[in-house]
Write a protein that binds this ligand. Structure first.
Ligand code: UT7
Length: 320
């Protein structure tokens, strides 16, 4: 058995903050942000929450897959930015959807989260434990950003993406995942109840803190490596892959990965210009865009690959 994606969905808030808007808040400019990151705009929540965005993306995916909410056995939400700790986002989504037969839980693997959620769902489906899974990446990163810190506030955006997977006969496709907690300090965010001062009297604010250059170097080294590891495990050549759907963190990271793999950049779709880095939502939002544009054809081979806090990184092969 294998889980096949039979529906996708995405939602981003209507409110747009462009680079010029940010240049009025911090010392930055449109040229710098575009050249260093490729980001031009990001969509930021006003009235939405992580749950409401997850539900809107999920409804689209359910509608496209032609299933009823009652058929969903498993709901996995990948998020680092839920407004509430309890109950988990997945149970809130379950309630809103009326997915009364589903078991739901959240998963935190930051920007690798959607890949890990996909693999977790596959493990359940291939084991025969569940038949239909709804996986979601949903993030309200604007709540975790220090809007006075130009090194992070320019990068991130809010949004959600979802996919419905159904078990069907077929061979399992491989995945490769890694974590390295020793390098976790490169990208951190304290929870609200740790807010305050540390023993040295320094502010420990509950905002994202990032050593941008370290994360950049980590990504351009580890993402090509994990993709090569995956291709070797699958026993297929890189030329057989139709699209590499990478976490949308920075255009230069995507370009560097394509270059290191000696693969055609046309096979690396990007939408980060419009949405910025939406962490675990970036891969499913891109997947849904491509799906709705009719760019994904039955039988095509795709690799989804994420990387980020943890540190964590991974790649999965799937056939459309
Ligand atoms: O989702 C996964 C998590 N995150 C990532 O993948 C992020 C990975 N890292 C990156 O994307 C990049 O490192 C950044 C976009 C964050 C930064 O780009 P960079 O090319 O590594 O810039 P830098 O940190 O080396 O800074 C270069 C210069 C510095 O000035 P000096 O020291 O050369 O005078 C910075 O102070 O650019 C300055 N700078 C800015 N200037 C204008 C930093 N941020 C800005 C800014 N606007 N927003």
């Amino acid at each position: 058995m294998i889980g096949k994606i039979c529906g996708t969905g995405a939602y981003v808030p209507a409110h747009v903050v462009d680079n010029h808007d940010l240049s009025r808040i911090v010392d930055t400019n449109d040229t710098w942000i575009r050249e260093r990151t490729g980001v031009a705009r990001r969509h930021i929540i006003e009235n939405d929450t992580t749950v409401s965005m997850a539900v809107k993306a999920a409804r689209q995916a359910i509608e496209q897959s032609g299933i009823s909410p009652e058929e969903i056995d498993l709901i996995l939400v990948s998020t680092i930015s839920s407004e509430v700790i309890l109950p988990c986002t997945a149970c809130e989504v379950q309630k809103e959807l009326g997915a009364v037969n589903a078991t739901g839980f959240d998963l935190n693997a930051a920007c690798t989260g959607f890949v890990f959620a996909y693999n977790t769902a596959q493990a359940y489906l291939t084991a025969g434990m569940y038949h239909t899974a709804l996986i979601i990446g949903a993030e309200s990163l604007s709540n975790l950003i220090n809007w006075k810190d130009r090194s992070t506030c320019i990068l991130f955006g809010d949004g959600a993406g979802a996919a419905v997977l159904r078990a069907e006969e077929g061979a399992v496709y491989p995945a490769v995942t890694h974590s390295d907690g020793l390098k976790g300090a490169a990208l951190t965010c304290m929870s609200r109840h740790r807010q305050g001062r540390n023993e040295e009297g320094e502010d420990m604010e509950s905002y994202m803190q990032m050593d941008g250059q370290s994360v950049f170097k980590f990504a351009v080294k580890k993402v090509p490596e994990v993709i090569e590891e995956l291709l070797e495990k699958a026993g297929i050549g890189i030329e057989e892959i139709d699209y590499f759907i990478l976490h949308q963190a920075n255009r230069r990271i995507v370009e560097a990965v394509a270059k290191r793999l000696k693969a055609d950049i046309e096979k690396f779709p990007m939408n980060l210009e419009e949405y910025g880095n939406t962490s675990s939502a970036s891969i499913p939002i891109l997947l849904d865009e491509m799906n709705r544009e009719g760019r994904l054809k039955k039988g095509q081979k795709l690799i989804i690959s994420g990387f980020g806090a943890g540190l964590s990184w991974g790649a999965s092969l799937l056939e459309w």
